[in-house]
Ligand binder design. Structure first.
Ligand code: NAP
Length: 232
């Protein structure tokens, strides 16, 4: 496969390395300095790419997606912090018959964690003697807080128990690739469920699997839909 890499930060580099290890060709690599307003994403530059993998920043992703949708290139994006634009981008992609797969988290384990979290929420449903909270921790350079993963977990938990608050607290320090905890605290006992990403490679591997899967599909997909056929 010929892959265009958009963004050369920690994730862009990790995906590039893994793609080459898996025998894919890197069609082009697009850096921030040449891509103000998405101007490097041209037909000439992208012609021949089978898929684009986009890991940039919340203030750049939407323009990049608009440009790539316009060019008809299948897109995998893992950039977080643009959820309010998702409905507009989804309808643009649908109008153009584009292929877009987005995920706030490309770890398979985190999506299994979501399923376990919903089971836990069902068990604690209505037990107001327990205080429930979500805690997430990421490296100090992560720009958005709370994480897209924590927000998605909160959304799923609200659907499971409407009316209950699932407050999120976030920490930005050190080099943690991402830790998410769901905690039920009683007066004398605590139940916690935690997912810990040990290394960014887990996200790069998931994004690359998505890039291998997406070409040939039409529509807007989540990583969960790719993994399980539906959301939790
Ligand atoms: N979905 C997942 O599983 C997952 C996993 C990890 C991270 N993420 C998310 O993915 C995004 C990137 O994470 P990261 O750790 O790679 O961050 P990062 O190390 O800060 O890298 C972001 C890169 O994007 C570049 N960039 C900014 N605007 C651009 C533009 N218009 N065109 C091309 N490149 C541009 C930046 O360039 P400069 O270096 O020149 O500023 C930087 O190299 C974040 O939103 C993060 O939350 C998602």
């Amino acid at each position: 496969m010929r892959i265009a890499i958009i963004g050369t930060g920690k994730m862009g580099k990790a995906v590039t390395t893994l793609a080459e290890e898996r025998g894919h060709a890197i069609h082009t690599i697009v850096h921030r300095t040449e891509n103000a307003g998405g101007r490097a994403l041209t037909r000439e530059r992208l012609d021949g790419a089978d898929v684009a993998v986009e890991f940039t920043r919340p203030d750049a992703v939407v323009t990049n997606l608009e440009r790539l949708i316009g060019l008809g290139i299948p897109i995998v994006t893992g950039t977080t912090g643009w959820g309010e634009e998702l409905p507009r981008i989804t309808s643009l992609a649908d109008q153009r018959g584009a292929a877009l797969l987005h995920a706030a988290n490309f770890s398979v384990g985190v999506h299994l964690f979501f399923r376990a979290a919903l089971d836990l929420a069902r068990a604690f449903h209505g037990r107001s003697e327990f205080n429930v909270s979500i805690f997430e921790e990421h490296h100090q350079t992560k720009l958005d807080a709370p994480s897209g993963t924590a927000l998605l977990l909160q959304h799923r938990l609200w659907a499971e128990e409407p009316g209950r608050k699932f407050p999120i607290s976030a920490s930005r320090a050190g080099d943690s690739p991402g830790t998410h905890t769901l905690r039920y605290e009683g007066q004398y006992e605590t139940v916690t469920l935690t997912h810990v990403a040990l290394n960014r490679q887990v996200f790069a591997a998931g994004a690359l699997s998505a890039a291998e899967w997406l070409p040939g599909h039409t529509g807007v997909f989540t990583f969960e839909q790719m993994l399980f056929g539906s959301a939790a």
